[in-house]
Ligand binder design. Structure first.
Ligand code: PBG
Ligand code: ZN
Length: 290
């Protein structure tokens, strides 16, 4: 099930990419997302394979339940009286997320990246990792994760679109900037080593505000819909993919992201190397120089 990942990671390392972020799609899904925290699950298996095959590469794992639950929510969903007809059980979810993070650490992950947006999950994961002897495993939290329409291609690929309701009870309202600072500060208080903003494009103000307010590295995650839009327009000959991608990535960098998670990583590493050699004049090359 983890077939092609080692050669891909070897190539990533060869191109100088700083690390990889792994997501899993399990063979079977169930109400409590048990595939997420199984030691023989798809992500722990992939982590072991990559660590064995490409020992120098930093391996980060996405920690969430939505790809593993049959209903597609990021947490434990309870049917019952509420305005939505169901509710997400925050605290029951924390326990499962903590188990997931420990399973990834046990497999050899260098860093875990909780993307669920439950309250208190960074603290719960930090405590569980420390309690299991993994105090050296870092946490990169999806601190400001917006309820964006740009995750659709990812959900298609992972089969993780919610079967009922939506993620707006736990992900953030795109019109709200102040909440991002509160979420990021809370995550740092609970032990996050790096905080992430997602999506990346269109959220430069959020990246900058967090960068200026907190003393931790800020990462930006350029999501599947951002990648898809550029790919689709380029396929029609409307825009030049390389120039547009590098311009958008430079924007996230300029806003203050020291780490950028992107589906263009492999290509961008090649483009940056070409620019270092003086070939091409993309915006990212310029911003690196200034
Ligand atoms: C899981 C998760 C998602 C993404 C990263 N982690 C999907 C979601 O929240 O629906 C988005 C990835 C992308 O669009 O590239 N919580
Ligand atoms: Zn999720």
């Amino acid at each position: 099930p983890v077939g092609g990942i080692v050669p891909l990671c070897r190539e990533a390392a060869r191109r100088g990419i700083g690390g990889v972020l792994l997501f899993g799609v399990p063979a079977a899904k169930d109400p409590l997302g048990s595939g997420a925290y199984a030691d023989d699950g798809v992500v722990p298996s992939a982590v072991r394979a990559v660590k064995r095959g490409v020992p120098g590469l930093v391996v980060v794992t996405d920690v969430c339940l939505c790809a593993y639950t049959d209903h597609g929510h990021c947490g434990v969903a309870r049917r019952g009286p509420s305005s939505r007809g169901y509710r997400i059980d925050n605290d029951a979810t924390l326990e499962l997320l903590a188990r997931t993070a420990v399973a990834h650490a046990r497999a050899g992950a260098d860093m875990v990246a909780p993307s669920d947006m439950m309250d208190g999950r960074v603290g719960a994961i930090r405590a569980a990792l420390d309690g299991s002897g993994f105090s050296d495993v870092a946490i990169m939290s999806y601190a400001a994760k917006y309820a964006s329409a740009l995750y659709a291609p990812f959900r298609d690929a992972a089969g993780s679109a919610p079967a009922f309701g939506d993620r707006r009870s736990y992900q953030m309202d795109p019109t709200n900037a102040a909440e991002a600072l509160r979420e990021a500060a809370a995550d740092v208080g609970e032990g996050a080593d790096i905080v992430m903003v997602k999506p990346a494009f269109g959220y430069g103000d959020v990246i900058r505000a967090i960068r200026d307010a907190l003393r931790v590295p800020v990462a930006a995650y350029s999501v599947s819909g951002e990648y898809a839009m550029v790919k689709a327009a380029a396929a029609r000959g409307w825009i030049d993919e390389r120039s547009v991608a590098m311009e958008l990535l430079a924007g996230a960098h300029r806003a203050g992201a020291g780490i950028i998670v992107t589906y263009w990583a492999m290509e961008a590493a090649g483009w940056l190397a070409a620019e270092e050699r003086g070939e091409g004049s993309g915006a990212a090359g310029r911003s690196r120089r200034t």
